[in-house]
Ligand binder design. Structure first.
Ligand code: HEM
Length: 492
């Protein structure tokens, strides 16, 4: 125990020494209000993590829509006024790249992007292969892969069977997404390969938030060895044993081979980063979408009806299992299904849109211009907008049909009498907006169609599950505990 405490003291001390300005820095004239709390280095991080919405709202009432917080060794200026979002994002002195390169280095051990902008640009180009015709192809493969992942798990069931929801979502999403984006192993035992990869991935993901901190990876238990093992799984040599790469993976690999030697292990680090992005947020989104539907059977009934109508109108029967074929346009027409996913994202997304300040700059605000220092971070914090009662009536309530109006998608939301251009931002905005958002939403829709048309589903645990704010600022929050549900093939 003493050893543990001493290690922590050392970490904090070394972080403070590296950032000695954190002790002594003060607010200069013209800068936003600066709030540091009393904890050196950590600042207000612990308070914010405890109750992000409540605490931010208190700070907003006290200090207005723009203020700077000390959080885990970083000064972050938060922008809370949704009407400021766009002008902030357009500021050329704010850089997503400078911020993301650091994350890629810390979490995935990718070094080269720190120095090579060309590689960065080329990799960014690959994202077009997550849209349009390439997306259709991905979705076709996803349907098949969901079938393969799903059938042995659920189709045998004629009586009620029980499972933990988060474990279930993690497993299905990981396996189906990996098979769709990377393909299937042709070497050795395929099942053994994916099971080992999945287990290692979730061990790695559990450490993810610590990897982003200033704590050296060597002090994070087995984080380094798991990271290394995963990277090795995804090197060129090992990827050669995986068949069925998607276009996006093929293009990424071609680019990486131009910038690295084929044997370079860092190629695997790039693939690990992409794999992480493709599942880490989709899993909790899937969890919350199903969880709320399980707790609101009336919402589930409406969604079932909507899917039924579509199937009937296309001459397909409910319960025909995976022979159901639904195009992207047809999925898009399921407005209640989409609304239920958006509502889960509204409640559970705590992604901030963070930029690095490359040069001193001036940000306009309602109450005057603010000076922002080079080297700090600027963050847009959409969760406060997602929970704003002026925009969303009774924001703490789950309303599955919040994003439907007169049978159509509802897109008009207002604040201060003005219509908002952005009212839900789980995928970021601007140049760095998530390129996988269409795939993610469609994957969740496909999985829900399969579940709702083929199974009866019921929640078993009464105790409400809460958000665990362990990943606040960086994505969709995980639940604080797993939850039991039961499922049974529908009787025809
Ligand atoms: C519900 C699921 C998902 C959510 C909520 C989500 C959210 C996000 C967010 C918030 C960002 C950062 C944007 C910013 O800082 O401005 C991001 C980036 C990214 N996402 Fe997603 N994402 C999801 C699924 C996916 C999927 C399925 C893929 C890939 C197939 C993907 C690939 C990426 C990539 C590659 C980036 C980095 C973009 C860049 O470097 O410019 N995401 N995502």
């Amino acid at each position: 125990k003493i050893y543990k405490v001493m290690t922590w003291c050392l970490i904090v001390l070394s972080c403070c020494c590296q950032n000695k300005l954190l002790f002594f820095s003060y607010r200069r004239p013209g800068e936003p209000p600066l709030l540091k709390g009393w904890l050196p280095y950590f600042g207000l991080a612990l308070k914010l993590q405890k109750d992000p919405i409540g605490f931010m709202r208190t700070l907003q009432n006290q200090h207005g829509d723009t203020f700077t917080l000390l959080l885990g060794g970083k000064y972050i200026t938060f922008i809370l006024d949704p009407y400021q979002y766009q002008s902030v994002m357009k500021n050329q002195k704010l850089s997503f790249r400078m911020f993301s390169k650091n994350i890629l280095k810390k979490a995935f051990a990718i070094q080269k992007l720190m120095t090579d902008d060309e590689l960065n640009n080329e990799l960014h180009d690959c994202y077009k292969l997550l849209q349009g015709k390439s997306l259709d192809l991905l979705m076709e493969n996803m349907t098949q892969n969901l079938q393969q992942v799903f059938e042995p798990k659920l189709f045998k069931t004629t009586n009620w069977d029980m499972a933990y929801l988060l474990t279930f979502c993690s497993s299905v999403i990981f396996e189906a997404t990996f098979a769709t984006i990377y393909g299937k192993s042709v070497a050795g035992d395929r099942k053994e390969f994916i099971t080992e990869l999945k287990d290692d991935f979730f061990k790695f993901d559990a450490k993810f938030i610590y990897l982003l901190s200033d704590i050296p990876i060597e002090l994070l238990g087995d984080a380094k060895s798991i990271q290394k093992k995963l990277i090795k799984h995804l090197t060129s040599e090992n990827l050669a044993n995986i068949q069925g790469w998607s276009e996006v993976v093929q293009m990424r690999q071609d680019i990486l081979e131009k910038y690295y030697t084929l044997k370079d292990i860092e190629i695997g680090a790039h693939h690990l980063g992409f794999l992480w992005a493709s599942v880490a947020n989709t899993i909790p989104t899937m969890f919350w979408t199903i969880y709320y539907l399980l707790r609101h059977p009336e919402a589930m009934a409406v969604l079932r009806d909507e899917i039924d109508h579509l199937l009937q109108s296309t001459g397909q029967k409910q319960g025909s299992g995976f022979s159901i074929y639904i195009t992207r346009e047809q999925l898009d027409s399921l407005v209640y299904l989409e609304s239920a996913i958006l509502e889960a994202l509204r409640l559970c997304s705590f992604s901030s849109i963070i930029r690095f300040v490359q040069e001193d700059l001036t940000l306009p605000s309602e109450t005057g211009d603010y000076l922002i220092r080079k080297g700090d971070l600027v963050a847009i914090f959409p969760p406060l907008m997602h929970h704003d009662p002026e925009i969303f009536e009774a924001p703490e309530e789950y309303r599955f049909d919040r994003f439907v109006e007169n049978g159509k998608k509802k897109t008009n939301f207002f604040k201060g009498g003005k219509r908002l251009k952005h009212y839900i931002l789980p995928f970021g905005m601007g140049a760095s907006k998530c390129p996988g958002r269409f795939l993610a939403i469609n994957e969740i829709k496909q999985l829900l169609v399969v579940l709702l048309t083929n199974f009866d589903l019921e929640i078993m645990d009464d105790k409400p599950v809460q958000l665990d704010y362990g990943r606040f600022l960086i994505g969709i929050q995980y639940p604080d505990s797993d939850v039991l549900f039961r499922y049974k093939v529908k009787s025809q």
